[in-house]
Design a protein around this ligand. Structure first.
Ligand code: PRP
Ligand code: HPA
Ligand code: MG
Length: 181
């Protein structure tokens, strides 16, 4: 599996350090607000587990499964909600945890939905931001790292369901997907 990686961008230690830093900021910003912290499945599971443990104030955790990439490296443009939240967000502060913001389509759809449901506030925390590819005006409130315009995998991010379990973020060798997309 490691042979499919062109370059390691962020190690487990880098990610741990950034989760600690962001967790401190989030703790300060949400003190006394009891936010709902939403993990966007499946990509955000590993980062969610890190961030949740660094939030040192009351919060609730919930999960939503949305998908727009299927098995490709290009967004289909259509964001499907596969599993909705269990909790009502009405009048609640909401913090969305994502693995990556790429075109911004997934988060635009999600933020829209949560605002329509009358959340008190909606903020975004993402491990990775790929601003060069943005087609929607989404801007995250808490960012781990900016990544170049390359297809990255690991630490929750997949290609065709694989590589999510890599303990680091790396650039996938184009040869792996060139004949599939
Ligand atoms: O900004 P965008 O262009 O919308 O891309 C970002 C989204 O795409 C990926 O999810 P995907 O739809 O592949 O589902 P997954 O998390 O289950 O892999 C990723 O985890 C983000 O949720
Ligand atoms: O670079 C990426 N890698 C994996 N999944 C993704 N979803 C959007 N961008 C990416
Ligand atoms: Mg995702």
């Amino acid at each position: 599996m490691n042979n499919d990686i062109k370059e390691v961008l962020y190690s487990q230690e880098d990610i741990k350090a950034v989760a600690e830093k962001l967790g401190q900021e989030i703790t300060k910003d949400y003190e006394g607000k009891n936010p709902i912290v939403i993990c966007v499945l499946k990509g955000a599971i590993l980062f969610m587990a890190d961030i949740a443990r660094e939030i040192k104030t009351y919060c609730e955790l919930d999960f939503m499964d949305v998908s727009s990439y299927g098995d490709a490296t290009e967004s289909s443009g259509e964001v499907k909600i596969i599993k909705d939240l269990d909790t009502s967000v009405k009048d609640r502060h909401v913090l969305i945890i994502e693995d990556i913001i790429d075109t911004g389509r997934t988060l635009e759809r999600l933020v829209d939905l949560l605002e329509h449901r009358n959340a008190a506030s909606v903020k975004i925390c993402t491990l990775l931001d790929k601003p060069e590819r943005r087609v929607k005006g989404v801007s995250p409130d808490y960012v781990g790292f900016e990544v170049p315009n390359e297809f990255v995998v690991g630490y929750g991010l997949d290609y065709m369901g694989k590589y999510r379990n890599l303990p680091y973020v790396g650039i996938l060798k184009p040869a792996v997907y060139e004949n599939n997309d």
